[in-house]
Design a protein around this ligand. Structure first.
Ligand SMILES: CCCCCCC[C@H](O)CC(=O)SCCNC(=O)CCNC(=O)[C@H](O)C(C)(C)COP(=O)([O-])OP(=O)([O-])OC[C@H]1O[C@@H](n2cnc3c(N)ncnc32)[C@H](O)[C@@H]1OP(=O)([O-])[O-]
Ligand SMILES: NC(=O)c1ccc[n+]([C@@H]2O[C@H](COP(=O)([O-])OP(=O)(O)OC[C@H]3O[C@@H](n4cnc5c(N)ncnc54)[C@H](O)[C@@H]3O)[C@@H](O)[C@H]2O)c1
Length: 724
């Protein structure tokens, strides 16, 4: 709704829909009625529109797109037109964010003022739509075509200063924005409105419009190939430059309608809400984010300042928390500090941070070689080598030196959290915090709850994760947790395809065309074939197998003859300039298909008596992606993942799964679970020895329901107790 009050001869309209004043039906109605009432009231001379609470409206209510309420009278176009047509001056007083429909409302106003820290923008492309309430038509009339193309196709926020410079804001004000808005409105109440109604203006300097739009179109197609929304934005902006508002708005609306009903928009909006759901955890027994109070965290420590540890330190420092870094010896400590300093220096060079801020942030870091220095910290995150014996040794030490209520966390990517916790006398205060590389950049944090981890530990770690800028997803304890566990069948199938008829570039091409930025074999080269070779050896050891014996490892899906042959030839991936591909030189990024690798593969097949066949792209697609999805369903049926949305967020934020498909689980729902199950069963019959093709029981049950079960209800069909 919108609150209407009068202050002298000024009508003040507050959009009131906490927490972000999304423009749902009642808010639109309130604003529309408010303008009408102010127009009718002879004692009102001018009007101020603002937002209650922490922000100006941040846009349309995204949930109303699916329900259809977004189109209900008065829709957002009608509200903006109503405001603009008002015969009394209307001023938008912006604090917080004016995004999407919120910015459109303010462009419907005759004047816009903003607080010093306000931000404006059109983030619609991020959720698969366009600024469809006149945004693509009004913004270029205010600021010109080029900056409008930049703002609308990028979805980026624009700060107050820049907004003033561009002309989006008429003034930046200090202090309370509503009070200032009232003052401003009074100052313009007698000014004629002619020339202030944006829809009546012409887009300035359209001589270069075609060239600008052509180049913007080429750019969005290059950057976000396959995405519908940015293309539609450019189309709509081109129209704005060429036609009067009344015609442009019709084309904008038609484009909006197409986008709103597209699968991409649904998937992107699903991802938007899934991301916000992720930190809302619940564990068996009922404890949840809503019921458990986290402990305050005032200081942290990181053990191991290698590749991951140094990135984790930066996340902590960036959040303004003091952090101690412990290393095994001076050489590695120096190397870690140098890495951290170098990254901050890089940020300063790129203008992302001032030198002073970098200095201040770095002053929160305390390097040491003494574990005893950790005695007062609230949370320790361990990031030493992936070795159970070493991790247990470190946790044993930490348990001795750290205060009793300190939390001890591990950045392990695969190891058993309970086993690590068993080295301490406080398993209730031990948890996994699985960061993704590079840790200072990647938003995902897979937090692993052990069998004895207490709800308060979960609450504290979740709160800390958010504080350091991450999206935390709580998962249960198993080998590889959710993300890496799902990765295993995907990479296994990618490699097995090589033995049957495909070459590395053919496999990667299919996956990259699907939208994952780097195919599985290029990822193999990136991480290093020696690294995956060692992992295979370790896992084989854990299972009591000899990794050199095919008959031992093959039944467990651990037999990778092509990778092994490349490894034995010293082709360790990008770092050696050769792996599944060749590279111009060691460390180069461009992977070049290598006839030598094809010969190695052909030779292997001849030796094994394998008749190579042409593998159709559809088979590559299904074997890599469906095996991964099947594993995702298994994590749900075992209660390792709590919700399909969590699985999706892990893959969207951690592994580059294309956001416009919503994530593997949402994608599965779009394929249709019956069809998906059928294909998985087909491959299970074809490759009965590969455990990862055993169909998930949950998927089977869901596929047998008479009507498709909405994704949000899948959890009700998972039969096993949660292992979270
Ligand atoms: C015929 C006509 C057709 C219609 C035309 C429409 C045209 C229009 O151009 C389309 C739009 O405006 S498209 C829209 C364009 N605008 C955008 O895309 C802006 C999207 N929003 C954002 O970017 C961020 O929320 C902010 C940066 C605003 C705040 O960040 P922060 O402080 O970290 O807060 P937070 O944690 O992110 O959110 C807090 C709570 O609010 C919830 N919620 C938020 N926005 C919502 C929305 N629009 N809706 C609903 N709910 C929304 C969010 O889910 C969460 O709920 P929870 O239940 O508590 O979990
Ligand atoms: N590399 C990745 O992409 C990645 C991603 C997610 C998680 N992880 C996990 O993060 C952890 C660290 O991996 P990394 O890639 O940073 O390894 P790394 O080899 O770069 O760093 C490990 C560091 O730990 C230090 N160290 C060893 N023993 C120590 C001890 N007793 N006390 C203090 N420091 C000690 C080493 O000196 C080294 O600097 C592993 O568990 C790994 O599985 C790695």
């Amino acid at each position: 709704m919108a609150d209407y009050r009068k202050q002298g001869d000024v009508a003040v309209l507050h959009a009131n829909n906490p927490p972000v004043n999304a423009l749902s039906y009642h808010v639109r109605q309130g604003l529309y009625d408010g303008i009408e009432a102010a127009e009718k009231d002879p004692s009102v001379k001018c009007i101020v529109i603002c937002g209650k609470g922490k922000t100006f409206p941040v846009g349309a209510d995204i949930r109303e797109f699916a329900s259809g309420s977004a189109k209900k009278f008065p829709n957002l176009i009608e509200v903006c037109d109503k405001i603009e047509a008002c015969t009394k001056p209307v001023v938008a007083a912006i604090h917080g964010f004016a995004l999407g429909g919120g910015l459109e409302i303010s462009l419907g106003c005759h004047y816009r003022i903003g607080g010093t820290s306000c931000k404006v923008g059109f983030p619609e492309v991020n959720i698969g739509v366009l600024p469809g309430a006149g945004g693509t038509q009004r913004l270029p009339r205010v600021i010109g075509l080029k900056p409008s193309l930049d703002i609308i196709t990028s979805g980026c926020h624009v700060g107050a200063k820049e907004a003033l410079k561009l002309g989006i804001l008429d003034k930046i004000v200090q202090g309370d924005v509503v009070t200032e808005g009232i003052k401003f409105a009074k100052s313009v109440q007698n000014q004629p409105l002619h020339g202030r109604r944006v829809s009546t203006m012409a887009v300035p300097d359209v001589s270069q419009a075609n060239a600008l739009c052509n180049s913007a179109m080429a750019e969005v197609k290059r950057k976000s190939s396959g995405l519908l929304a940015p293309v539609a934005c450019v189309k709509s902006l081109r129209v704005a430059a060429q036609t009067p508002y009344k015609d442009g708005i019709k084309i904008e609306s038609a484009l909006m309608l197409q986008l709103m009903t597209s699968g991409q928009a649904k998937a992107l909006q699903y991802a938007f809400f899934a991301e916000r759901l992720a930190s809302k955890w619940q564990v068996p027994g009922g404890a949840s984010h809503a019921t458990v109070t986290p402990r305050p965290v005032k200081s942290c420590a990181v053990v191991g300042g290698g590749y991951m540890g140094s990135g984790i330190v930066m996340c902590i420092l960036n959040a303004g928390l003091p952090c101690i870094l412990v290393e095994a010896n001076q050489k590695f400590l120096d190397r870690g500090i140098k890495m951290i300093q170098g990254l901050y220096a890089g940020s300063v060079k790129l203008g992302k941070m001032s030198e002073q801020d970098a200095k201040k942030t770095l002053s929160l870091l305390k390097p040491t070689l003494r574990y005893e220095d950790l005695k007062d910290v609230d949370v320790v995150i361990e990031a030493v080598f992936e070795d159970m014996k070493l991790k247990q040794e470190v946790f044993g030490k930490l348990d001795k030196v750290c205060k009793k209520d300190a939390l001890l966390c591990s950045n392990t990517s695969t190891l058993n959290i309970d086993k690590i916790a068993s080295a301490t006398r406080r398993p209730d205060r031990v948890m996994g915090m699985h960061f993704f590389a590079p840790a200072y950049y990647m938003k995902l944090l897979e937090n692993i709850r052990g069998a004895e981890t207490s709800p308060q530990t979960v609450a504290t770690v979740t709160q800390l994760s958010v504080k350091i800028g991450k999206v935390p997803v709580l998962v249960g304890n198993c080998h590889g947790f959710v993300g890496n566990r799902m990765m295993a069948p995907y990479t296994t199938e990618a490699q097995r395809l090589l033995e049957e008829g495909a070459y590395p570039h053919q496999v990667d091409q299919v996956i990259e065309e699907f939208g994952i930025p780097i195919g599985p074999l290029k990822v193999g080269d990136l991480t290093g074939l020696d690294v995956s070779w060692k992992i295979t050896r370790e896992v084989s050891r854990m299972l009591g197998l000899d990794h050199t014996k095919r008959e031992d490892v093959e039944p467990f899906g651990l037999y990778f003859p092509v990778r092994n042959a490349l490894y034995e030839k010293g082709r360790l991936g990008r770092k050696t300039g050769a792996g599944f591909y060749k590279y111009e030189k060691a460390g180069s990024k461009v992977a070049i298909p290598d006839p030598l690798v094809m010969d190695i593969i052909d030779h292997h097949c001849r030796e094994e008596g394998i008749d190579r066949r042409r593998i159709p792209p559809q088979e590559i697609y299904e074997r890599c992606l469906y095996s991964l999805i099947n594993e995702g369903f298994k994590t749900l049926e075992e209660g390792i993942a709590a919700r399909p949305e969590d699985v999706d967020i892990i893959w969207l934020l951690g592994y580059g799964w294309p956001r416009y498909t919503g994530g593997p689980m949402h994608f599965a729902s779009q394929i249709g679970l019956r069809r998906l199950y059928g294909r998985i069963e087909y491959y299970h019959n074809k490759y009965p020895d590969r455990d990862h093709w055993t169909p998930s029981r949950l998927l089977k049950t869901l596929s047998q329901q008479e009507h498709p079960v909405p994704l949000a209800q899948w959890g009700q069909f998972a039969s096993t107790t949660s292992r979270l």
